[in-house]
Ligand binder design. Structure first.
Ligand code: GLU
Length: 421
């Protein structure tokens, strides 16, 4: 029996380790394999100066953690955020390992980040930051080694600087070093909305599993970044009623429904979503507890925990973010009958289309958007079915089922590869 009191709910790495330990205990793995695949394989910490536009120079710290490379190159995004530290990047890198394994794509897991606040930076400052960070981690990244991608506060433009910096470093153009690039330099159709589209595909499967009709159902989305905004837009267009939306400033509630495009437009014009006229302002915490059928946390980790899980009213939670729900909250939600589609499955659409982008780059052959979405749907529907089957068979929640499948695959890779030297 695992003593859960030893894990601190406020620490993403503790939550990653608890999720791992619960599932690994059910698999009866060789202890050395369990110990090996739980830990990051390689970690790099870099520190470098950033020159701001006003001439000021500040020393910044960045990380790249390769959690696992047994099934293929490391894969995972780059995050620019004040909350980034080594332990957070370790947790995020671990989640990438299990995500790639649960959807069975040939990647390991990695993650990178720089501790900074890019929202206060000019575009030129963000470019210098990106290029210098990539320069610092360039010895350990590469198309066969470790392939970065967008994450919180990084986008296609940042990925374009990654391609350029790495290519200058190598003296030839190498676009397969990163995914989530602009289409003009080898990006994939469908990648921008892939994470959100994937959330919607698995939501459809979850709705079928619990007998919920998505047409006209009430949806709350936390976060208005790439994942949250596009999820709200796709679901609104598909006939769901988006009753709640939020960003870092706060949330909005309108039981009659919000139009995500108009909320975004209001934010772009005024710089403040909380003043949107046709809604009631709520806090991000209140948002999670609004009456709805579907809740999509698509912001940061650590949102649903012991203190608020009981008050969640949704029937289905689809985790667009990484690590939004703690294992303590999972137990409460399971007992309440809330169906949680865990992050490593729910938001795997992003990395799955990253895989398609990488394949297209290596083959120098590009697919249509329909092809991309069809293949994405096939992978997610199959993976959902596999996870759901384990959950029902073992009478466990979807998260532990997903981890059991993922850990089993990574453990098998270690077992057959063996130890060298
Ligand atoms: N940052 C995304 C994630 O957390 C995408 C990673 C990728 O495409 O490599 O899954």
């Amino acid at each position: 029996m695992i003593d859960k009191s030893r894990y601190d709910e406020s620490k993403p790495l503790d939550m990653h380790n608890l999720q791992f330990d619960v599932a690994a205990a059910k698999l009866n793995l060789e202890p050395w394999i369990a110990a090996k695949i739980k830990q990051p394989r390689r970690e790099l910490t870099v520190s470098f100066p950033l020159r701001y536009d006003d001439g000021r120079i500040e020393l910044l710290t960045g990380y790249r953690v390769q959690h696992n490379t047994l099934r293929g190159p490391g894969k995972g995004g780059i995050r620019f955020h004040p909350q980034v530290d080594l332990d957070e990047v370790r947790a995020l890198a671990g989640w990438m390992t299990w995500k790639c394994a649960v959807v069975d794509i040939p990647f390991g897991g990695a993650k990178g980040g720089v501790t900074c606040d890019p929202t206060t930076m000019s575009l030129a400052e963000k470019e210098r930051l990106t290029r210098r960070y990539i320069w610092e981690i360039s010895p350990i990244i590469g198309p066969e080694q470790d392939i970065p991608a967008p994450d919180v506060n990084t986008d296609a433009q940042v990925m374009a600087w990654v391609v350029d910096t790495y290519s200058v470093f190598k003296s030839y153009t190498c676009n397969s070093v990163v995914t989530g690039k602009p289409l003009s330099i080898g990006g994939s159709l469908g990648r921008l909305k892939a994470t959100s589209q994937g959330c919607v595909y698995v939501l459809a499967e979850a709705a079928r599993a619990v007998g919920l009709n998505l047409d006209g159902c009430r949806v709350v989305v936390q976060g208005m970044g790439n994942v949250g905004y596009h999820a709200a837009e796709i679901l609104h267009d598909a006939g769901a009623v988006v009753v709640g939306m939020s960003n870092v400033q706060g949330g909005l509630y309108n039981p009659g429904g919000l139009d995500p495009r108009r909320v975004l437009e209001h934010f772009q014009v005024t710089g403040d979503i909380t003043t949107y006229p046709e809604a009631q302002a709520v806090t991000n915490q209140e948002l999670l507890e609004l009456p709805c059928e579907v809740l999509i946390p698509a912001a940061l980790e650590g949102q649903i925990g012991r203190s608020n899980a009981e008050r969640v009213q949704a029937k289905i939670i689809v985790e667009g973010a990484n690590g939004p729900t703690s294992p303590f909250a999972d137990d409460i939600l399971y007992d309440k009958g809330v169906f949680v589609v865990p992050d490593i499955l729910a938001n795997a659409g992003g990395v799955t289309v990253s895989y398609f982008e990488w394949v297209q780059n290596l083959q120098k052959l590009f697919w249509t958007e329909d092809d991309v979405n069809q293949k994405l749907r096939d992978i997610l529907v199959r993976s959902f079915g596999e996870v759901h089957a384990v959950a029902r068979q073992e009478k466990i929640n979807m998260r532990t089922a997903a981890y059991m499948l993922a850990i089993g695959r990574v453990a098998e890779a270690k077992r057959v590869r063996g130890i060298f030297p």
